[in-house]
Design a protein around this ligand. Structure first.
Ligand code: F6R
Length: 234
């Protein structure tokens, strides 16, 4: 694992954007894996700026998002599809038909998980995966567990994740209790991974990078990935 320490959101955004723009320049139809939450926002802002300045072209890029809340429609203002449109896709020249997010309204969660796995495989896997890290070490919504998930999961969110995400909803009860998440397998098969984290993640990052590799700290599995860069504000 490579650790890049930065001192501000702006530096985090610039550092991560340089990696994304460079990878897209080398492979214009790159498949990028994307995350939501607050940590990626400086990256998305910088990519939008670079796209407007002609420094990176998303015309052929394909994207797959890590996760989506179960039960939220794409136009719900807390759905991850809405988040992606608002914070990135509406500001860059990506073809929205090439952007994929699990279907939060899927009637049959098991089929939706299988469909999402097949979709990622059909794209040829992920070239560059962006991750955040939850306060409990989750990546995507792969929560601490006894096993590393293999396939896309329909996951019950832990109380700690529901509490952490309550800041985006009116009440705690409004936070969805289940979500779809890409499994650890597809994340680990990504050719390159970039994980971005703010200063509040210092302790969990330390555990993930230097502690035991355990599904109780899902991000610790990244110690086994051959090309992971962590960009952390210290
Ligand atoms: C969301 C996702 C989550 C977040 C994590 C950190 O798509 O993958 O694992 O990355 O919960 O969220 P923030 O960045 O808001 O602290």
């Amino acid at each position: 694992m490579k650790l890049i320490k930065v001192s501000s959101q702006e530096e985090l955004g610039a550092s991560a954007a340089e990696i994304f723009a460079g990878a897209i320049k080398s492979k214009p139809d790159l498949v990028i894996g994307l995350a939501t939450g607050s940590s990626p926002l400086p990256l998305y802002e910088e990519l939008a700026r670079m796209n407007k300045a002609g420094a990176v072209d998303f015309a052929k890029v394909r994207s797959v998002n890590l996760d989506e809340y179960a039960g939220l429609a794409p136009d719900h203002d807390q759905s991850y599809r809405y988040f992606m449109d608002k914070n990135l896709f509406d500001h860059i020249n990506i073809d929205k038909a090439n952007t994929h997010v699990p279907d939060g309204l899927a009637k049959d969660p098991v089929s939706e998980c299988a469909r999402y796995d097949a979709l990622i495989d059909g794209l040829g896997g992920i070239g560059l995966q962006l991750l955040g890290i939850g306060p409990n070490g989750h990546v995507g919504f792969n929560e601490p567990s006894d096993v590393f998930s293999n396939h896309t999961q329909y996951e019950k969110l832990t109380d700690s994740t529901i509490a952490a995400n309550a800041r985006f909803f009116e009440t705690l009860d409004d936070v969805p209790k289940y979500a779809f998440t890409m499994g650890i397998r597809h994340i680990m098969l990504a050719k390159k991974i970039v994980l971005v984290a703010g200063p509040e993640k210092k302790d969990i990052l330390e555990k993930a990078m230097n502690g035991s590799i355990t599904p109780q700290v899902p991000a610790s599995v990244l110690q086994l990935h051959p090309d992971t860069t962590i960009i952390a504000i210290s």
